[in-house]
Design a protein around this ligand. Structure first.
Ligand code: ADE
Length: 283
């Protein structure tokens, strides 16, 4: 997988890829990355990349031109230009041809990180991990000129219902969540029971020492009884998901992904919150 990041702050992306885990992944050829500084594509004396929005309003927008040039330097075609003589004006409301038909590489996705985008979740991470290249556009200020979204972007993605000041933080979330799935392909097993797998959150985990600040590790985990431990962990997952993310329980029930054992646990636990905090084997 190649990650190409368009940013005003490439040092943020460089710092992430310099950490030992990512540096090793790059060295092993699992991922490659390139951080393009959008400012390098701003050709006025001050390398200006932002300006006030037409129509007024607070804050500044990232300008179309430097971003467009950065994208075109990667061989990405502007849909708004395709098939027209240069100089023709195109109404922003004109019907847009789909990117896929024009993209030079079908396995490359151009993503813009924005709080107004499609929610990024584990299923989408899995989908994106199957691409050859992700081109991630990091916004700053109040966002980017709409003509870049209309002309180049395949998908706008949001990492959550809150507003970040830096699209780089959102882009790194997408990179991290997809990269670790590629790592899993190479080293299977590590993600088998992670949060969200099977639609449930993770069970609690403990390591040495057995007693910390008067709290002991649940007895049952020291028993070596694999079946009891499996059942305890599953129960803990159901308890926690019911308590923290009841929406995941509803979704799992609606889509029929839970097996009979999980359905029985949900039924047993859902109207008994007092049971959710104290179950067998708890210290
Ligand atoms: N940029 C600012 N806020 C964001 C969010 N919630 N998701 C993705 N990109 C963003």
């Amino acid at each position: 997988m190649k990650y190409t990041v368009l940013t005003l702050f490439p040092e943020i992306i460089d710092a992430y890829f310099a950490n030992s885990i990512m540096a090793r992944a790059v060295k092993r050829g699992i991922v490659a990355y390139q951080a393009l500084n959008i400012r390098d594509f701003a050709h006025d004396r001050h390398h200006t990349c932002d300006d006030a929005p037409y129509g007024g309003g607070a804050g500044m927008l990232m300008m179309a031109e430097p971003l467009g040039l950065a994208l075109q330097s990667l061989g990405i075609v502007n849909r708004l230009d395709a098939g027209r003589e240069s100089g023709d004006a195109l109404s922003p409301t004109a019907a847009l041809p789909p990117t896929v038909a024009l993209s030079p590489s079908a396995a490359r996705r151009v993503l813009y990180l924005s709080p107004g985008g499609r929610p990024f979740d584990q299923a989408l991470a899995r989908e994106l991990a199957g691409e050859n290249e992700l081109v991630l556009i990091c916004g700053r200020y109040e966002g980017i000129d709409q003509r870049i979204i209309d002309g180049f972007v395949d998908e706008e993605l949001s990492v959550g219902d809150y507003v970040l000041s830096s699209g780089e933080v959102a882009a790194l979330s997408v990179i991290d969540a997809t990269y670790r799935l590629l790592e899993e392909v190479i080293t299977p097993g590590s993600l088998a029971e992670e949060s969200f797998s099977g639609g449930l959150l993770e069970y609690p985990q403990y390591t040495r020492p057995e007693k910390y600040a008067t709290i002991a590790v649940p007895e049952l985990l020291l028993s070596g009884h694999h079946e009891h431990i499996r059942r305890w962990r599953l129960r803990k997952r159901v308890e926690k998901t019911l308590r923290v993310r009841p929406d995941l329980i509803r979704k799992g029930l609606d889509t029929g992904i839970f097996d009979r054992e999980i359905c029985a646990l949900i039924e047993e636990l859902q109207d008994k919150p007092e049971k959710a905090g104290h179950s067998e084997g708890e210290a």
